[in-house]
Design a protein around this ligand. Structure first.
Ligand SMILES: [Zn+2]
Length: 344
């Protein structure tokens, strides 16, 4: 059974030979290229080559392709800077006044900013190793996080707190949802086995459950439904401790729900069992700073808590740091082989 078959069986909630492993490794790929990160994240050839090299080195089952968190924001008019050794950042939001929401121009994924490079990376990786490995092409940020980037995070949180322009907020979220759907469908068309969204800012570390229910959940659900209508698979990622909303994350219908290290995994498993596959939750900090033995322990704990009955892809709880040592990545992959085998 190869990585692609293993991941597909797991996502279909069948029992594969063992737990599959995913790496969330776009900064490792950038580091390995030896190029300034900005140049790397604009080049499909460099990104594909580095991701394929990582796969040959570590033998993981699932490759997550992304180029940071700003691709769609830039395509929608935000100013983005590209430091040489770190992921890109939005420095200037595109929507100065919420009342201007009607003047935003929708993105075209095959034309705007780095979206064409991102999509072409998917095509290149699929062409080269796509029969052996499961390729998740990220559709960048989810609707809530993208709206926050277009408005500026602080401005957006103020908009939500005042709550006086709810109609405009929802109009903005309608707009970002459409942008996310366009990119998600383009990823599937580029050949991705699944797409995924990171609605990083929609978690309880930033907004309440009630706010999540009004401003994030319905829009995430709309993206999931659009992907499923096209016959596709999608993962939903939210950063931080999502224990308070993980029931609703499952309820979006996403076939994969990504679990941050801070979330109570047993609770997540209770909601996910029989409904969706979980992905996580080994600490990226431990992966970059602790020993291989600690990584093995954390991976084993994840498998023990969430591997029962299938429905688990082992992986980092969030993006891995560029300084993650190879031996820790090997330990993560090896843990699935040693402790993730299903007995029949
Ligand atoms: Zn995260």
């Amino acid at each position: 059974m190869n990585g692609q078959e293993r991941a597909l069986k797991t996502i279909n909630l069948e029992i594969p030979d063992r737990v599959p492993v995913d790496l969330h490794a776009f900064t490792l790929a950038a580091r390995d290229s030896g190029r300034p990160f900005g140049e790397f994240f604009h080049s499909a050839e460099l990104m594909a080559e580095a991701q394929i090299a990582l796969w040959r080195r570590f033998g993981h089952d699932v490759i997550l392709l992304e180029n940071g968190t700003t691709a769609t924001a830039e395509a929608l008019g935000c100013t983005v800077v590209y430091p040489d050794n770190a992921p890109a950042k939005v420095t200037e939001p595109s929507l100065k006044r919420l009342s201007d929401v009607g003047s935003l121009r929708q993105c075209e994924p095959e034309k705007d900013a780095t979206l064409p490079a991102l999509l072409h990376t998917t095509r290149l990786v699929k062409q080269e190793i796509g029969k052996e490995v499961f390729v998740m092409g990220r559709a960048d940020q989810g609707p809530f996080s993208l709206a926050a980037m277009l408005r500026g995070i602080n401005n957006f949180l103020m908009d939500l707190a005042y709550g006086t322009e709810r109609e405009k907020i929802h109009q903005l979220l309608d707009f970002t949802t459409e942008a996310v759907i366009r990119l998600a469908l383009a990823q599937l068309e580029a050949g991705a086995d699944a797409t995924s969204i990171g609605d990083s800012l929609a978690g309880p570390s930033l907004i309440s459950r009630d706010m999540y229910l009004e401003y994030a959940f319905p829009y995430e659900k709309r993206v999931v439904e659009a992907v499923q209508k096209a016959g596709g698979l999608i993962a939903l990622h939210i950063c931080g401790d999502t224990t308070l909303i993980v029931d609703k994350m499952v309820e979006t219908g996403a076939q994969i729900v990504e679990i941050d290290e801070r979330t109570n995994l047993a609770t997540a498993k209770t909601y996910a069992r029989g409904k969706c596959c979980l992905l996580g939750q080994v600490s990226p900090t431990a992966l970059s700073h602790e020993s291989a033995a600690t990584v093995t322990e954390l991976a084993k704990k994840t498998i023990d808590t969430a591997g029962d009955g299938g429905g688990l892809i082992l992986g980092p709880g969030c993006a891995m740091a560029a300084d993650t040592p190879d031996e820790n990545v090997h330990a993560l992959v090896q843990a699935a082989k040693t402790y993730g085998t299903y007995r029949r």
